[in-house]
Design a protein around this ligand. Structure first.
Ligand code: KIV
Ligand code: ZN
Length: 515
């Protein structure tokens, strides 16, 4: 069976969407999971867009791109030669580096954005590909806004860049404008019209503005595309990109129809989806295909009856195929440090001794409060405890009072560099009071832009996970925290956001570079 190349752009197109920004340690954690998922290519970022993005791509190349059997690590660049140099500097550490260069080919973009003639853009594309080929063999080219580009002109550009050495030709539906049948025909026509098309892998990159990204990706495969660019949970600019899990599971579930497969380890899909949600604080809607909370839940009586008699009646995929087991009771009050380390290793976390010590303490505290501890609980505390940013401030103590007819108030103690600071605050509710107390200690005034609380498992004693987005005088940072006490979880999330603010790489970066 022919294999489709899965090109994951969660860390580039996904990450550039507002609210999905990730710092370097977060990108690294996600990249490690993408490697476990066994994607073929990780597009790790757009190195020239900021120093932070450059560093993130370089670290992914160094630390993930050198693992045994590592995926290709790719960096995006415009056609400017300095962009390409910067992309190369970032990806060169990987065993298999790729430079992905792009320029718009639609008249709309040429006239209003680039202010260049068709001939100038063609020349720049060829020069860029030749320059990139000077660094590495694996060079990809994309004619941005391909779905609205003049067909013949775009094909002339493609022919020229293949002659210049591009080994992958990626056709983006940048604005999510294409409709499946028309898109399939366009892909087939490109193969016929571009004289040297057989010398390059044909790829598509579909956006979801009209909700067609996955359908367009699949129809492209039927018409000869052999690489699909996609993201976990379908995140990406505006309405997002084609969702990796939907493309991969469609190909797997309907091999009878498509006759192709991928090398993705589908049992890692669920974990990848949840890790991304945890990192970004953005959860998928319950009815999201494949990874939504309800994707395998049968509610209607007639369905439940059918499934109990024979799963095949209403189930076209098994939850296990995407690594989604029923909540498993895994650990108890008496489990030891080694058992915790072993379970965490199974879940994909390899901790050093100091990290394990912190995670174990948190686990014991949790076991005192919560009867049953599930994998999800362990994943939450370990991600909470193993800070992705240096812990400049740490929550030391919290006391809050609220109730009917009482003005909510709180006292908080924070630790910073061995010193302990305490203050108190009042507010509209207990969360407001706690955050005001924290502001009083730090002297920084945060404005809460978003606050989400989610129970990690069922049960009244479930861990609550809080995600916050806070605006500190124009710098927006996100934070997460968890606890069986939701007020404490809120304080932890806010302190986590503070730590991102005070750490140079933590704040949301402003990407000033546009195509
Ligand atoms: O949507 C788009 O056109 C892109 C390109 C850079 C491939 O993301
Ligand atoms: Zn895109």
């Amino acid at each position: 069976m022919e294999r489709i190349i899965i090109f994951d752009t969660t860390l580039r197109d996904g990450e550039q969407a507002p609210g999905f920004s990730m710092n370097t340690p977060e990108k690294l954690e996600m990249a490690r999971q993408l490697a476990r998922l066994n994607v073929d290519v990780i597009e790790a970022g757009f190195p020239i867009s900021s120093d932070e993005d450059f560093a993130a791509v370089r670290e992914v190349a160094r630390q993930v791109g050198t693992l045994p059997g590592a995926p290709v690590i790719c960096g995006l660049s415009r056609v400017g030669l300095m962009d390409i140099d910067r992309a190369w500097e970032a990806v060169k550490h990987a065993q298999r580096p790729r430079i992905h260069t792009f320029v718009a080919t639609s008249d709309i973009h040429l006239k209003y954005k680039l202010r260049k003639s068709r001939a100038e853009v063609l020349a720049a594309a060829v020069e860029a590909v030749k320059h990139a080929r000077g660094y590495c063999e694996d060079v990809e080219f994309s004619p941005e806004d391909a779905s609205r580009s003049d067909f013949d002109y775009m094909c002339d550009v493609l022919e020229a860049v293949i002659d210049a050495g591009a080994r992958t030709i990626n056709i983006p539906d940048t604005v999510g404008y294409a409709i499946p049948r028309e898109w399939g025909e366009r892909i087939a026509r490109i193969r016929e019209r571009v004289r040297n098309s057989a010398q390059a892998v044909l790829s598509v990159h579909c956006h979801n503005d009209l909700g067609q990204a996955v359908a367009n990706s699949l129809v492209a495969i039927q018409n000869g595309a052999r690489q699909i660019e996609c993201t976990i949970n379908g995140i990406g600019e505006r309405a997002g990109n084609a969702s990796l899990e939907e493309v991969v599971m469609a190909l797997k579930t309907r091999t009878d129809y498509f006759g192709v497969d991928t090398q993705v380890r589908t049992e890692e899909i669920f974990r990848s989806s949840r890790l991304l949600s945890h990192i970004t604080g953005v959860h998928v809607q319950p009815n999201k295909a494949i990874v939504g909370e309800n994707a395998f839940a049968h509610e209607a009586g007639i369905h439940q009856d059918g499934v109990l008699k024979e799963k095949l009646t209403y189930e076209i995929m098994r939850p296990q195929d995407i690594g989604r087991e029923a909540n498993k009771l895994v650990m108890g009050k008496h489990s030891g440090r080694r058992a915790l380390a072993a379970r965490l290793k199974d879940l994909g976390f390899e901790l050093d001794e100091a990290e394990l010590g912190k995670a174990f303490k948190r686990f014991k505290d949790l076991a005192d409060k919560k009867k049953d501890i599930f994998d999800e609980d362990l994943m939450t505390i370990v991600k909470d405890e193993i800070a992705q940013v240096p812990e400049t401030y740490a929550l030391d103590y919290l006391h809050s009072i609220s109730g009917t007819g009482v003005i909510p108030s709180a006292t908080v103690r924070l630790r910073k560099d061995q010193e302990v600071f305490q203050d108190s605050g009042a507010g509209d509710g207990p969360v407001d009071a706690v955050l005001n107390a924290i502001d009083a200690i730090t002297g920084l005034k945060g404005r809460l832009q978003d606050y989400q609380l989610r129970a990690i498992t069922g049960g009244k004693d479930a861990i609550g996970e809080v995600s916050v987005k806070v605006d500190f005088d124009g710098t927006v940072v996100t934070g997460k925290g968890s606890s069986t006490d939701v007020i404490e979880a809120s304080a932890r999330a806010y302190v986590n956001a503070l730590n991102r603010l005070v750490h140079p790489a933590g704040g949301q970066k402003l990407k000033e570079v546009g195509p």
